[in-house]
Write a protein that binds this ligand. Structure first.
Ligand SMILES: [Zn+2]
Length: 277
């Protein structure tokens, strides 16, 4: 999954922050969900980030480190010769995993900083905490921590079949599993059951935890389950949300090459092992 970095080590401890060195990396995003990367000739060229030496040090916010490189956020959507803004969806390409993970995580933090500029209680301008990753209201003392939206993904299975879907109006066009945000007051399991019923009209049982994944493009922490259909197997598709929903056998599932997302990791697992965790 996106957080599996091989031998590389991700360090997001606030105490680990430091000033930018010339060869550290910088993420500059604009408000169209685009990131500044070196101009590419073909779509297959790898993503290359600008280095810190191209930016004013004081305009950079420390984000995290991976191995000996630190990653910073530019506070402005700067333009640099030889660089261009491209959709953050490029992280789905076959980049070095470290680059894709860093991009998703930096975008999550960018989204939070972007939305956390003024106090929701008294409307004063917030200032960054010097102690931890938080924004503080100097007027009323309110503290704002980074927000993460928990969401579930569930593979509904029936023997060697699984329910796969495609979304109607999303940027992501590939196959998907049943997924949705946890609502206030719900457990992750209750969300999975509700979403299964809302999206495809199926009841589910025997939920088994598969794994979890941070997905910074949507500020998520995704929690994955395998489940068994409970009773009637007739799919009643939510036509507002889904373009397609169908049962597919392990043999019918196309080979899954990328394991960048939790969905793909789960589909790959199901194709190879079935619902047997
Ligand atoms: Zn306030």
């Amino acid at each position: 999954m996106i957080q599996d970095l091989g031998n590389s080590v991700f360090n997001n401890q606030f105490a680990n922050r430091r000033e930018a060195k010339a060869d550290d990396f910088v993420f500059a995003f604009n408000l169209h969900k685009e990131v500044l990367i070196k101009e590419v000739v073909t779509d297959n060229d790898p993503v290359i980030l600008p280095k810190a030496k191209l930016f004013e040090k004081t305009s950079l916010i420390y984000l995290f480190s991976i191995d000996d490189k630190a990653y910073f956020l530019s506070q402005e959507a700067k333009l640099l010769p030889g660089f261009a803004y491209k959709s953050v969806q490029i992280l789905r390409k076959d980049n070095p995993r470290v680059t894709s993970f860093a991009l998703a995580t930096a975008f999550h933090l960018f989204t939070w900083y972007q939305k956390t500029q003024y106090c929701g209680a008294c409307a004063s301008k917030l200032v960054p905490s010097t102690q931890e990753r938080a924004m503080i209201c100097p007027h009323c003392g309110q503290i704002y921590y980074p927000t993460i939206a928990p969401a579930i993904i569930v593979a509904i299975t029936d023997g060697d079949k699984v329910v796969v879907t495609t979304y109607k109006d999303r940027v992501y066009r590939g196959v998907a599993l049943i997924a949705g945000f946890c609502e206030i007051g719900e457990s992750a399991e209750a969300t999975a059951k509700r979403e299964a019923f809302e999206e495809v009209g199926l009841k589910i049982k025997d939920l088994k935890y598969f794994g979890s994944q941070p997905w910074g493009l949507d500020s998520n922490l995704l929690v994955g389950y395998m489940a068994t259909v409970d009773g009637d197997t007739t799919i009643k598709r939510d036509e507002n949300e889904l373009a397609q929903a169908q049962w597919m056998s392990r043999d019918e599932l196309a080979p899954i090459e990328s394991d960048i997302s939790l969905t793909k990791t789960m589909l790959k697992y199901f194709k190879e092992h079935g619902n047997d965790l």
